[in-house]
Design a protein around this ligand. Structure first.
Ligand code: AVJ
Ligand code: FE
Length: 441
């Protein structure tokens, strides 16, 4: 984005903050107070916790640290510290009630807008390029996506509404493309609001590989189910199979059989036939890996995914996004909860990478086979609890964002992670495979 003047940067920050707040308000005003304080799943916080946590992080970083102001509330930090209480225990805490939480986030935001006007956006790493403000806008958007997942878990009639995403153009696409082997630049030093785990940029040697041009569709996933994919242990890793058995997995989360044996799904309270041309979503890592094995392929590594998304073979440069360096527009990718579902596979031709890979950004998060590790030269910034404490844990990396991810919270370098058994997130996948030896160099 435009960093040429501090005025333009301030305007960009104000817009990002306003967009995230409008979304938080939509997600919390669309249900009644009883739904706000209820736990819709043990995996999630009550929505009213996310709301006040958003305000509390904003207070800690922007009111107190950046602004040097007095606390708005110094008595609630502990309640909204994600490391103090597991999600399952949060409903029992003496939380702010919905009216108090709304008042709190408003009061914090009013102070923050004043801080934004008066603070020079330089002179401290936390302030350079407005980083602290960008971090907080991203944080709110990350929780908005989490709240959207809570909405998906909520039982009841639909409260969220949005127009459908664009259709796929229907042009002929190869199933996969060859990404040439050789070094590419992974991660970033230049992206102004990149988080610590995306830094620093570094050269990675990636052997030639093939990658699917689109995410795996529900239609392809149905073929895997019909071919006994969930009954064949040889397709699953050992822990994947024991999880499949223990959790009784037979299909993606939110799918159920209709009376004729066909598949329906529930999507934000709407029950509908599973659309065959849409990317599969709400599968865990183990299901994705089993499908890939069934297809004679594998999941891409994180480095492969990023090379497919950013590498420009014509220049050897890594781009910010598959389509180039411009910020996403609605023509490039399905982001920001503009639509309440992924677009059909093959959509967004203008968002394709130079090699013709589509929908790398938006639609569904994509599972990769990589664990969460720091890049060489990683430095925790500005706090260890964003990334560092998760390194080496039981996580798999996800890339690219979903229809529920805002543009402030995703880019070609953005790294997300979750436990390999999680399915409530908006995650699907695409497959990759090794190239024949000697190809592509
Ligand atoms: C990076 C999406 C895994 O939601 O747990 C929010 C982001 N960190 N508050 C999460 C985050 C602190 C994080 N993820
Ligand atoms: Fe948080």
């Amino acid at each position: 984005f435009d960093l040429t003047t501090e005025e333009k940067l301030r305007e960009h920050i104000a817009q990002a903050l306003e967009r995230s707040r409008a979304r938080s308000v939509l997600l919390t005003d669309s249900v009644d107070d009883e739904d706000l304080v209820r736990q819709h799943s043990k995996l999630m916080s009550p929505l009213v916790w996310d709301l006040a946590h958003i305000g509390n992080q904003e207070e800690l970083w922007l009111v107190r640290d950046v602004g040097g102001r007095e606390p708005v509330r110094c008595d609630i930090d502990e309640l909204y510290d994600a490391f103090q209480h597991a999600r399952a225990d949060r409903p029992a805490l003496p939380l702010l009630d919905p009216a108090q939480a709304r008042g709190y986030v408003r009061e914090v935001r009013d102070k923050v807008l004043d801080v934004l006007e008066r603070t020079p956006l330089e002179g401290r790493p936390l302030l350079d390029n407005g980083f602290a403000f960008g971090m907080i806008a991203q944080h709110e958007q990350q929780h908005d996506e989490t709240m959207l997942a809570t909405h998906q878990l909520r039982v009841g009639s639909p409260v969220l509404h949005a127009p459908p995403p664009p259709a796929a153009p229907g042009d002929r696409l190869p199933a996969e493309v060859l990404v040439p082997g050789g070094p590419f630049t992974m991660g970033t030093d230049a992206e102004p609001w990149a988080l610590d785990n995306e830094r620093p940029s570094h050269q990675v040697l990636v052997e030639a590989f093939h990658i699917d041009t689109t995410p795996v569709s529900n239609g392809a996933y149905l073929a895997f189910i019909a071919d006994g994919g969930y009954e064949r242990p040889e397709l699953w890793s050992e822990i994947g199979w024991s999880h499949r058995q223990g959790a009784g997995l037979v299909a993606p989360r939110f799918w159920h059989r209709d009376s004729d044996g066909g598949w329906l799904r529930t999507r934000f309270g709407v029950v509908e036939p599973v659309p065959v041309d849409e990317p599969v979503v709400h599968v865990c890592y183990h299901e994705a890996a089993a499908f890939a094995a069934w297809a004679g392929k594998r999941l891409p590594t994180e480095a492969e995914w990023e090379k497919a998304a950013r590498f420009d073979p014509a220049t050897g440069r890594s781009r910010r996004f598959p389509w180039g360096d411009e910020d996403p527009t609605p023509e490039h990718a399905n982001l920001g909860q503009r639509h309440l579902r992924p677009a059909p596979v093959g959509a967004y031709p203008l968002g394709a990478s130079p090699l013709g890979v589509r929908q790398l950004i938006g639609d569904v998060w994509e599972w990769t086979s990589s664990d969460f590790r720091p890049y060489p030269g990683f430095r925790a910034f500005p706090y260890r609890e964003y990334s560092e404490v998760f390194f080496g844990g039981d996580y798999k990396m996800l890339r690219g964002g979903s229809f529920g991810t805002d543009e402030a919270a995703v880019r070609g370098t953005f790294r997300n992670w979750d436990h390999p058994i999680r399915r409530q997130i908006f995650a699907g996948f695409r497959c990759a495979r090794d190239a024949d030896p000697g190809l592509g160099h």
